[in-house]
Design a protein around this ligand. Structure first.
Ligand code: RB5
Length: 147
């Protein structure tokens, strides 16, 4: 199943770098935009498209990118069944999967090098959820919030 990608203008260049890496790995993806660096666009539009695709099961995991990754992550986490994690290190990417069962990773296009983003994405895609005591904690998020 494809990976969903989305960014605003500030994340466009990093999204292109991730597309090149996904192409090289023959990993299928769907790019929900934006499709050019200019003009300036709103991160919520693209993050919502990615989150909706993951929430509905059309895509297995998602990547959302804006300048800092913050707006993109906030938007994605408003959508049902989404656990979006803003990551800035390999360790965070690993823990987002192992402990939080994150299904979307958020990056800051203005704060993250392409090399680090590729490394974090590889870990995000390869690392399983540990389950066990973390299963109930993740379930509780959805039980408490209703999303
Ligand atoms: C756009 O300038 C910037 O505000 C946006 O990409 C993002 O960083 C917001 O969280």
């Amino acid at each position: 199943m494809a990976i969903a990608l989305g960014s605003d203008h500030a994340g466009y260049a990093l999204k292109q770098a991730l597309r090149r890496w996904l192409d090289a790995q023959s990993i299928e993806y769907t790019d929900f935009g934006c499709f050019e660096e200019s003009p300036s666009v709103d991160y919520a539009d693209f993050s919502f498209r990615v989150a909706s695709a993951v929430s509905s099961g059309v895509c297995s995991r998602g990547v959302v990118i804006c300048g800092t990754g913050i707006g993109a992550m906030i938007t994605a986490n408003k959508v049902g069944n989404i656990r979006a994690a803003l990551c800035c290190s390999d360790y965070m990417a690993e823990m987002a999967r192992r402990h939080n069962d994150a299904n979307i990773i958020a990056f800051g296009g203005r704060t993250t090098t392409p090399e680090l983003a590729v490394s974090m994405l590889r870990i995000f895609l390869d690392t399983p959820f540990e389950g066990g005591r973390h299963f109930g904690r993740v379930e509780k998020i959805h039980h408490l919030t209703g999303r």
